[in-house]
Every structure is written in C-alpha cells, then in structure tokens.
Design a protein around this ligand. Structure first.
Ligand SMILES: NC(=O)c1ccc[n+]([C@@H]2O[C@H](COP(=O)([O-])OP(=O)(O)OC[C@H]3O[C@@H](n4cnc5c(N)ncnc54)[C@H](O)[C@@H]3O)[C@@H](O)[C@H]2O)c1
Length: 349
C-alpha cells in the first residue's frame, strides 16, 4: 500500500471542491482541513466535509494544521501569496489551480519558488487527465497525421482565459518543442460580459504562429458559432497527411472521419493529477512538464488580451513586450494620401 499524505485546500469554491472531492475519494490522501474567507462557504464546507477542520484564512490553517499537500484554489490574483505561504509552511507537494497566476510573471514566480524547493506541483488541467486528449497527443507526436500545420478551435460560451487556457495548454502539450512566436487577437467587448471574476470578451479570434509555421486559431465568445451541430467545442487538428476532430471534454474523436473511442481511465480529473503528485512525492521523478506548459498557455492568454487591448501583434516571449505608441493616424483600409511617411508595401524585405 502506498503512503498516505495529509492534505488541505485553500478556497472552497468550484475549483476548491474539485480538489476536496478528489482528496476525499483517493486512498493516497487524508483530507485534514480547508479554509475560506467567506462565512457562508465555511458553513457549507463544514456540512459537506464533516471531520475536517475549517479555518477563516490560509494563515491560520497553515499555522494550526500544517499538511504535506496544500491545494491553492482561490482567485488567481491570490495564488502567489497563498502558494508562497504554503511553501514556507513546509509542504511536500502543492496543487495550484489554473491559471497559475493572474499574470504570466506571477505564474512564473510561483513555479520558480516551487522548483527552488524541489517539490512536485500539480496544475489540474482536466484534458490532460483524460484518455481521449492524451491519445490524440500521442498519435500527433507519432506522426499519424503528418506535420501539424493548423489547429482550429471553436469555443462557444467561454473566453480565452477561463476555458481557452485549457485548450492552449493542450496545444502546448501537442507540440512542446515548437515555440509560439507571435500572438494576434481581435477582441470585441460590446456586451460587457464578465465570467469567474474577470471582464471577458463578447467574441474574439486569436491567432498564434509557431516557429514551425503551425497556426493555432482560437475562436471564443458568448455566441461563437460552432460548425458541428450540437457541440459547444470543436477542435480540428490539420496535418499534412490527415485530420483529427474532437470536442473538448467529450470522449472519442474522428481520425480522417473514422470514429475512435479510447477507453476512459478509471480515475480522471483532479484526482488523477493529485495521485500523480503523490507518486512524485513518493519518489517518482519530479516532472514539471504540465506545469511549464500551463505557464506557457498563460503567456499566450495574456499576450492575446494585450494584443486585443493595443491592437498590435505581440511577439513572444512576453517579457520583452513594450506597448506600442497609442497614437497612430494609420488606418488600414483607408486611402493612402501620399503623405505622413509610411513604407511601400510593394517592396519586400
Ligand atoms: N481546473 C479546473 O477545472 C477548475 C475548475 C473551476 C475553477 N478552477 C480554478 O479555481 C480557482 C478558483 O475558482 P472558483 O471557480 O473556485 O472561484 P470561486 O469564486 O467559486 O471560489 C474561490 C473561493 O476562494 C475563497 N478565497 C479567496 N481568497 C482566499 C484566501 N486568501 N483564503 C481563503 N479563501 C480564499 C473565496 O472566498 C471563494 O469562496 C480559479 O483559479 C479557477 O480558474 C479550476
């Protein structure tokens, strides 16, 4: 029988409950405590998870009930503060919800601090704990559809950061050595939509160009039309020798129009990610691949929103990004009057 690890969760919302339920269901963990700033959430947690200790803040929980694993399931702007406090408390493994931070820089600092302690981390992207997306990644990497040239994603009812980060994380895992070079997004915000504590787009199209020439085109938004009837999410992976289509969280995919239905794992989701964390705590090789891909996906999300905000193509890495001069009298599509400089677009190079 494997070792059992004590565990606790910071934040009792939707993300926190996924970790609480996974920890309670898994034999690899003993769920000891949870905390939440809100009294009504603490009451609900006490009713749902009798036998664990509930605290009003992560400081009190980490001081009075330190555990070997802490799950950071708060709003992204507090991930860094809570994760660093958990690391200080001496955790041996940590889960940090996606997006790792509210900014790429914050996410990077979190991963650096975790790596400095040489402990494992889980960033629970659900697609990477399911048989269908993992089999698709394997088949693409084994060249079943030839060189990948285009990934098209249609995503209805969601935005670049809340769901898009899962999709972009999947893309980073598909072609990990093919670096994204530029991100260009056009973003409409006319409906003033907010979702999960963020102002988000009404509709957006994001284009990511990689070093190999691979394009990832992501359509997101409230009413984004999806061109497969009955689906909210469609992914098309176009290779030089074939096409894969799949539908986000659904099992199964089309390989050149033939249905393939991989057998789903008995354990998926947060529990699968947490049990992989336990394996690493128990001596398996430390593996930051998924976490680094999550940080890369966060960089793409931030680049997309910056591109939309500044109406500019964003070159990666994002650390070099400088906002363009906000004033431009150059209006693509309007007549060129032969004045005010410019470059002759008929002359290349
Ligand atoms: N991986 C997934 O599939 C998945 C699914 C849902 C949410 N999430 C992620 O989980 C995180 C939380 O999202 P949510 O939907 O649960 O939000 P939520 O608003 O439902 O819950 C967040 C909770 O954290 C509490 N909180 C905030 N700061 C705290 C602190 N310092 N100490 C204690 N409690 C604190 C809040 O009171 C709130 O109850 C986000 O990063 C989100 O993206 C991930």
């Amino acid at each position: 029988m494997s070792r059992q690890y004590t565990a606790s969760v910071v934040g009792g919302g939707a993300g926190g409950k996924l970790s609480l339920n996974a920890l309670e269901a898994s034999e690899r963990f003993v769920l000891k405590a949870a905390c939440d700033l809100r009294a009504e959430v603490r009451e609900a947690l006490a009713a749902s998870y009798p036998g664990i200790v509930i605290f009003p803040s992560h400081e009190e929980m980490l001081a009075q009930c330190p555990t070997e694993v802490v799950c950071v399931s708060t709003y992204p702007p507090s991930h860094e503060e809570v994760a660093l406090a958990a690391l200080e408390s001496g955790v041996k493994g940590i889960l940090v919800e996606k997006p790792l931070g509210h900014t790429f820089e914050s996410g990077r600092r979190i991963l650096e601090a975790i790596a400095a302690k040489q402990i494992p981390v889980a960033v629970p992207h659900g697609l990477l704990a399911k048989a269908t997306p993992l089999e698709i990644i394997r088949r693409v990497q084994e060249d079943e559809i030839g060189r990948l040239v285009l990934v098209e994603i249609q995503c209805r009812g969601w935005d670049i950061l809340n769901a898009g980060i899962h999709w972009l994380h999947f893309c980073r895992m598909l072609t990990p050595s093919d670096l994204p070079l530029t991100v260009h997004a056009a973003i409409d915000a006319s409906t003033r939509t907010y979702r999960d504590g963020l102002q988000v787009e009404t509709a957006a199209v994001t284009s990511i160009v990689h070093a190999s020439g691979l394009r990832v085109i992501l359509h997101t938004g409230d009413e984004t039309p999806v061109n497969v009837p009955g689906k909210s999410f469609v992914f098309r992976l176009i290779g030089e020798q074939g096409v894969i289509e799949f539908w986000g969280w659904e099992n199964g995919f089309l390989l050149n129009s033939e249905k393939v239905l991989p057998a789903e794992f008995s354990v998926t989701g947060h529990r699968r990610h947490l049990e992989t964390l336990a394996d690493q705590m128990e001596g398996a090789l430390l593996d930051y691949t998924l976490a680094n891909a999550s940080l890369s996906a966060l960089e793409l999300c931030e680049a997309a929103y910056l591109s939309g905000e500044y109406k500019a193509q964003v070159m990666l890495p994002l650390t070099g990004f400088l906002p363009p001069d906000p004033f431009t009298d150059w209006q693509p599509g309007k007549p060129y009057l032969g004045a005010n400089g410019g470059r002759d677009g008929r002359i290349f190079g």
